[in-house]
Design a protein around this ligand. Structure first.
Ligand code: GLN
Length: 268
């Protein structure tokens, strides 16, 4: 079975929690002083990290600014919660250390909510449902499942759930790249047999023609939900969740989904 972009979009359930969270959010307190540090949740300016090599969620636009679904979503969160958002383009595997070190207030980067990550950071409610898919060259006929990848050469993005999955394949030769497009290009160049990456990002690379002659095969390997990561114990979690619920309820989420995925958001 081949996964098409539209089938993926039709079949994914929207993970965004629409239930309004009406408990006190504390977001109205604006009497801040300039002694506050990044990451403590009390500043009116939030520095938000993202690895901008993951279209259509985040990428560097023609004007040099970060753009994409996640970027628009966080801008909307900033508007709802009265925060000024400054984005910082960081390597994916340095986002969690940056949250832990307090140099960023939040990270939005197509980041899957995992138990392992939850040990070190807090996540918002899920805002997008995704899953891993295997990509191969169009001419490949012998790879249709994870089992078929045994002993094969697999390219992945460093620090991702795709990398974890690839590392679980017996005898596979796993090569890591800074971002997903570089891994997919390695596949297009014929230097690896497959890429394990988030389906929506791979399907976008195929649909936009950014990476030629590759295709997605088999079933989705995982069901994953993206969340916004914040420092452990951050009081911003509640502010972000309240804003997310509002964005969902007032149609902003649907508007952004249509803009970036050219499809209706999945029914809840
Ligand atoms: N969703 C995957 C993860 O969280 C990949 C994210 C990404 O490449 N930006 O590991």
């Amino acid at each position: 079975m081949k996964i098409t972009r539209s089938a993926f979009l039709r079949n994914t359930a929207l993970g965004l929690c629409a239930a309004g969270i009406l408990s006190a959010c504390g977001g109205g307190t604006t009497e801040n002083t300039d002694t506050e540090t990044v990451g403590d949740g009390s500043s009116d300016v939030w520095t938000v990290g993202s690895e901008a090599g993951f279209p259509p969620f985040e990428f560097v636009g023609d004007d040099g600014e970060l753009d994409g679904f996640d970027i628009d979503l966080f801008k909307a969160i900033g508007e709802k919660s009265g925060k000024t958002i400054e984005f910082e383009n960081l390597p994916f595997d340095s986002l969690i250390p940056a949250l832990q070190g307090g140099t960023i207030d939040a990270a939005i980067s197509g980041m899957t909510i995992t138990e392992e990550r939850e040990e070190t950071v807090d996540f918002s409610d899920p805002y997008f449902d995704a899953g891993l898919a295997i990509a191969v060259q169009e001419s490949t006929t012998d790879i249709n499942s994870l089992d078929d990848l045994e002993g094969k050469r697999i390219a992945v993005q460093i620090g991702t759930t795709g990398a974890d999955t690839a590392n679980s394949v017996p005898n596979a030769e796993v090569t890591t790249f800074e971002n997903a497009p570089l891994a997919l290009q390695e596949l297009a160049n014929g230097n690896v047999d497959a890429v394990i990456n988030d389906a929506p990002a791979t399907l976008d690379a195929i649909a936009t023609g950014n990476i030629p002659s590759i295709t997605v095969v088999g079933e989705l390997l995982t069901e994953e939900s993206y969340g916004i990561a914040m420092p452990d114990g951050s009081e911003n979690v509640e502010i972000v969740n309240t804003a997310l619920a509002e964005i969902k309820a007032d149609g902003t989420y649907a508007e952004l989904y249509r803009k970036w995925f050219d499809a209706e958001p999945p029914a809840e």
